[in-house]
Structure formats: structure tokens, C-alpha cells
Design a protein around this ligand. Structure first.
Ligand code: UFG
Length: 315
């Protein structure tokens, strides 16, 4: 298929673009490089530097589908500057959907998030759980999901939203590279690499077995593969939503311990106050995507996820 990958110079987008090229698709990456890196665009993909609001010019060449990753994705920033999230994530995506309609591109796989659910009533979280986002990032992604459902019904769009839990690991040279790193695993590994003295643990008084937050870590290669399955499963006039996680939770302490094992470094941890907005436990039920699309993660251990992140970081 001839495919556009928006945000294909970012972490998840670059891994999906690489797997699409490997699968024999004709891939064009559209990325404004506001947070991505030009050298993350995989060999074999065409790169167009530009915003999603300018997608129509490229889509007019004739495409079979869009995989849409370009977005603002920092929860903390979204609380401080919500307008950025509404304009980029919702406004930008509505412009992209408009461009798709005008150019006759009827298929989209959308990068959504577990942040659409907010504080869960119970875990693991199924797709039928209430969506009550606790920050503008999750709210803007939920608004796009809502628009996709409407556009599927009104205009026959074929859409799939994938709601990611905690993405980690690396795919060959493709790894997480954020200017401001807020995620746990890269921050812990920076200590092992000697770039930071210690890792801060945000809260040790949560109602969990060891008092630290529990998250569901999914390997970026497994997550990316789900996009290829979703692309094939897109059906006209339907919008399907799938959670993507391993279904197993690991605490912050457990993550740090595994990083110590993998790297052989001591990794000092400093325990501090909670980070505002962090739910105690977020674990996905991925039953639906396993059942309907036959998705199975290859990397079910935290060890293999951290090992791949560590290998890529040292390269
Ligand atoms: N944490 C620390 N120290 C750090 C970084 C994180 O203790 O230096 C803790 C956090 O408090 C949290 C856990 O480690 O309990 C994981 O934090 P991350 O920032 O790695 O990930 P989040 O669970 O906060 O966020 C992820 C995605 C978001 C998405 C969210 C959905 O990165 O994009 O899951 O709930 F919105």
C-alpha cells in the first residue's frame, strides 16, 4: 500500500515506518521535526518536512492510508499549556481528516493513549471502561477518537485507534530520544549511562504492593506490529478501538531493579513526593486485539524490553 506516516520521525512513528518499509509498503513520512529527528526516518521511506495541516498537498499524489502519530504527548505540559494540545492534537487532526476526505484517502490508524481513560475503576482496563481523562493530553486524544467514530459513520472512513499503555524498548537503532525526558525507563538508564546521578521515584505511599506506581510496559516492536494488523483490519464505515499493553503490571521499584540487573550498574534512587496526576495502577486488558486481530506480544518480560532499550542507548 502507499502510506503516509505522520510523526514518522518520532519514537513510535519511526518504528512503525521501519516495519512498514520491511513489509514492502511505499512509505512517506510527514514530520515537522518539532520533536522528531530526521535521522530517525528509516531507509527506504520518503521524508517530507511539514506540518499535518499541510498534508493535503502530499495526499493529493494518491495514498491508500494514513498512520497518524504526529502529536504533542507530554501530560505535564498539557496541564500547563492546554491550548497547544487542543490546537495540535485535535485541530491538527481535524485538518488532516479534512485533507483525507478531499483527496479520497479513506483509511486511518490513529495513535491514541491509555490517558483517555483517566483514573480507572478497576484493572485490567478494557476498552469498555469509562473515558474520563484527567489531563488535556488525554482529553485531546479522546476528542480525536470521538471524531473518528463520527467520520466513520458519516463519511465511511475506515478507522482504528490504538490506545497505548507504557511504550518502552527499542527496535534496532530506533529508540526513545526526547529533548525533555519524562519517562521512567529512559530516565533510569540515563543514570546507568552516567548522564544523571540518580533517578527520582515519584511517591512510595501508593496503595500497591511496594508503595510505588504500577504500569503496563509494552515493547515498541510489539506495539508497532499491532499497527500493521490494524491497517489490514480497517473496515469502511467502522471505527475500532483497541488497548495495547502486556496485561502485566510492574512497579517503579521493580523497573529500577530490572534496570540494575540488565546494566550491572547500581542506579541510586531518591524517593520523593508523588507526581500530580499519576494513577496508582494502569494495566491494560489487551484481550480484544488478541482475539480480533490475533496480536501477540513477543516481549512479555520487562527484562527483554529494558535490554533492548539499553543496547540501543549504548550504540
Ligand atoms: N516515574 C518516576 N520517576 C521518573 C519518571 C517516572 O518515578 O523519573 C514514575 C511515574 O510517576 C509513573 C511511572 O514512573 O508512576 C511511569 O511514568 P512514565 O512517565 O514513564 O509514564 P506514565 O505512566 O506517566 O505515562 C504513560 C505515557 C503517557 C500516557 C500514560 C497513560 O507516557 O503518554 O502512560 O496513562 F498518557
Amino acid at each position: 500500500m502507499r502510506l503516509m506516516v505522520t510523526g514518522g520521525a518520532g519514537y513510535v512513528g519511526s518504528v512503525v515506518a521501519a516495519q512498514l518499509v520491511e513489509a514492502g509498503h511505499d512509505v512517506t513520512v510527514l514530520d515537522d521535526l518539532s520533536t522528531g529527528h530526521a535521522d530517525a526516518v528509516p531507509d527506504g521511506a520518503r521524508f517530507v518536512k511539514g506540518s499535518i495541516t499541510e498534508a493535503a498537498d502530499v495526499l493529493a499524489e494518491g495514498f491508500d492510508g494514513v498512520l497518524h502519530f504526529a502529536a504533542k504527548s507530554l501530560v505535564g505540559e498539557s496541564v500547563e499549556r492546554p491550548e497547544l494540545y487542543w490546537s495540535h492534537n485535535l485541530g491538527g487532526t481535524l485538518a488532516l481528516l479534512d485533507a483525507m476526505r478531499r483527496t479520497g484517502v479513506g483509511r486511518i490508524v490513529f495513535s491514541s493513549t491509555a490517558a483517555t481513560y483517566g483514573e480507572p475503576e478497576s484493572t485490567p482496563i478494557p476498552e469498555t471502561a469509562p473515558t474520563r481523562p484527567t489531563n488535556p493530553y488525554g482529553a485531546s486524544k479522546l476528542a480525536v477518537d470521538t471524531a473518528l467514530t463520527a467520520y466513520a459513520g458519516l463519511y465511511g472512513l475506515a478507522a482504528v485507534s490504538l490506545r497505548y499503555f507504557n511504550v518502552a524498548g527499542a527496535y534496532g537503532r530506533f529508540r526513545e530520544r526526547h529533548a525533555v525526558e519524562t519517562h521512567l525507563i529512559p530516565n533510569v538508564l540515563k543514570v546507568a549511562l552516567g548522564e544523571r546521578e540518580s533517578v527520582s521515584v515519584f511517591g512510595e505511599d501508593y496503595p500497591t504492593a511496594d508503595g510505588t506506581c504500577v504500569r503496563d510496559y509494552v515493547h515498541v516492536a510489539d506495539l508497532a506490529r499491532a499497527h500493521l494488523l490494524a491497517l489490514d483490519a480497517c473496515a469502511p464505515a467502522a471505527h475500532a478501538v483497541y488497548n495495547l499493553g502486556n496485561g502485566t503490571g510492574f512497579s517503579v521499584r521493580e523497573v529500577i531493579d530490572v534496570c540494575r540487573e540488565v546494566t550491572g550498574h547500581e542506579i541510586p534512587a531518591v524517593f520523593g513526593p508523588r507526581r500530580p496526576g499519576d494513577p496508582a495502577v494502569l494495566v491494560a486488558s489487551s484481550e480484544k486485539i488478541r482475539r480480533e486481530l490475533g496480536w501477540e506480544p513477543d516481549h512479555t518480560t520487562l527484562h527483554s524490553i529494558v535490554r533492548d532499550a539499553w543496547t540501543a542507548l549504548q550504540a
